[in-house]
Design a protein around this ligand. Structure first.
Ligand SMILES: [Zn+2]
Length: 404
């Protein structure tokens, strides 16, 4: 039996609005708080949680950027000769993304999504390392660098394994009493929400399943640690997409030339533009100002959101749609999906959640990067307490008596 285990369980997309009216984990983690998310997709939110930094600091923001010089995708250009019917299929894209990870030495999450092969050599992919590993940030350190530097032993989920396999691995390490910190990552709710939306009956069912798992995890932890500090948290919420916006057709109707005048990445809720002359910039801006499903985000607002990059690495102009609008077709998908995230962090469905069995959540924990402060604080405390020599417990004393 060890004194303290900080147990951090990250449930992707388990937003505040998802659990607000649901008794999710009430008996295990009754203290709940709404957290601000980070502007961007999971590619921005997860690294922010793991590093305590914001996108303008760690530079993990959107996946694809215009950077022909550094593009690792030149070898994919011949794929443009295949019929689009094949190359736009999700199953083909998933298979190819998986096969490319090793040759490209990508260590994190990688998906080609729906980037057309005739343009792909213009783009670089920005998450080449895994934020769930030490040294995994584009800039700065993450929690795993912090733990390793201090020699704090920990468990972390392997994103290539299933949720259940990861839970079993966590249970094994907790039962061995060899760790002072555990980080469990469950990504499946995100996929389910994208598919069925936030009003589906499948969502509360999934939450009940997570509750059972949390109960089991907590029970094992409590058998081996006197105090288990449980934190269940998310990176963002999920909004149903009821309006589809074909922004690509509007931009292509302007008569501008791709690569000569402009380049754009259509994310599912954002369009990020790079311009090669002022006429193109003005033409696109005039067009976007007429699109009432979204708006151009001014630089000052990007700065306030901590997602402004002075070198315009992620795009010179950021157009963001209103919550509930989906840009489709986009470079993320050819066909609509039921729900999406990556809207403005102040939109109702964007908020994340933090649930804990700890009586106090510090007042300065208000946004997802602040979860990092809880992780470092509790990991250090657990490491300190767990290392102290302990008076023999009742169980140990019996053993000693039996042996003598
Ligand atoms: Zn998602």
């Amino acid at each position: 039996m060890k004194p303290i285990l900080p147990l951090f369980v990250f449930i992707d997309a388990c937003g505040w609005e998802i659990i607000r009216h649901d008794p999710f984990a009430r008996s295990l983690a009754p203290n709940r708080k709404r957290l601000d998310s980070v502007f961007g997709y999971s590619s921005a939110c997860v690294p922010s949680i793991l590093s305590g930094a914001w996108p303008d600091q760690h530079r993990n923001w959107c996946y694809f950027v215009y950077d022909p010089e550094h593009s690792p995708f030149k070898l994919l250009r011949p794929f443009q000769l295949l019929p689009q019917k094949v190359t736009s299929r999700r199953i083909f894209r998933r298979w190819l993304s998986k096969s490319l990870k090793r040759p490209l030495s990508f260590r994190g999450y990688f998906d080609l999504y729906n980037i057309p092969f005739r343009h792909i050599s213009l783009f670089d992919f920005t998450e080449k390392k895994s934020p769930l590993k030490p040294g995994g940030m584009n800039r700065g350190d993450n929690i795993f660098d912090f733990l390793e530097r201090r020699g704090i032993r920990y468990h972390v989920s392997d994103p290539d394994q299933t949720e259940l396999a990861n839970m079993e691995a966590a249970i094994c390490q907790i039962a061995s009493e060899q760790i002072d910190f555990a980080f469990v990552y469950w990504p499946d709710l995100d996929g389910l929400l994208h598919r069925v939306g936030n009003k589906s009956q499948e969502i509360p069912l999934k939450l009940r399943l997570y509750e059972q798992r949390l109960e089991r995890l907590l029970a094992v932890a409590q058998d081996h640690y006197e105090e288990v500090r449980l934190y269940v948290f998310s990176d963002h919420g999920m909004a149903n997409c009821d309006i589809h916006l074909d922004l690509k057709s509007k931009i292509e109707a302007l008569g501008l030339k791709w690569k000569e005048d402009y380049v754009v990445v259509y994310d599912s809720t954002m369009a990020r533009f790079w311009f090669f002359n002022d006429r193109a910039r003005q033409t696109v801006m005039n067009c976007l100002n007429q699109v009432h499903e979204g708006r151009i985000i001014p630089d000052q607002e990007l700065k306030d959101l901590r997602a402004f990059f002075p070198d315009r690495y992620f795009g010179e102009l950021i157009f963001l749609v209103k919550e509930g609008v989906l840009i489709v077709p986009s470079h993320m998908g050819e066909r609509p999906i039921r729900a999406m995230h990556g809207y403005h962090p102040n939109d109702p469905q964007s908020y994340a959640s933090l649930l804990t069995n700890q009586p106090n959540i510090p007042a300065d924990v208000t946004a997802i990067p602040h979860v990092f402060n809880l992780m470092t604080r509790d990991a250090e405390e657990a490491n300190r307490e767990n290392a102290k020599p302990r008076p023999p417990t009742f169980r140990n004393q019996r053993l000693v008596e039996e042996m003598t």
